[in-house]
Design a protein around this ligand. Sequence first.
Ligand SMILES: [Zn+2]
Length: 158
Amino acid sequence: MKLYKIKKSNIDKNGRGLYATKNIKKGTKIINYVGNIISVKESDNNPKFDNKKPIYLFNLNKKYDLDGDVSWNIARLINHSCSNNCDYEGKGLKIWVTAIKDIKKGEELTCDYGFSYDSDFKQYPCKCQSISCVGYIVRQGSRWRINKKFKKNYRVNN
Ligand SMILES: [Zn+2]
């Protein structure tokens, strides 16, 4: 039995997501993140990846990237959350989506998309609705910058 099923997402109201079909223990490999292995040179030069937001693009090593923007990559349906319960884990040329918390049956699987904080972060609002949501899809290590921004606004307006 697969550990996930595809369902209408609670996060992305217009899209789909993956949901746990049973309780999943922290550390469990849930699904293989698959795609086409392309050279770093190719992803650098291909206009498809020009927006600098590598939603489906993973760097595997110095030479190769993995382009997961293919219909047979079910793991691409996993949505971003500021309080994600899964993460991408690379080994060699393989990427797994692994549980980083105990996940209950019926919970939506979520990852950290790892977007960096830059001038256009506002193009990617986050709708994860978790308590720790910063409002935008930005990787965990950079979220403090947004929090700082929010705090500043808070002081100014109040
Ligand atoms: Zn969020």
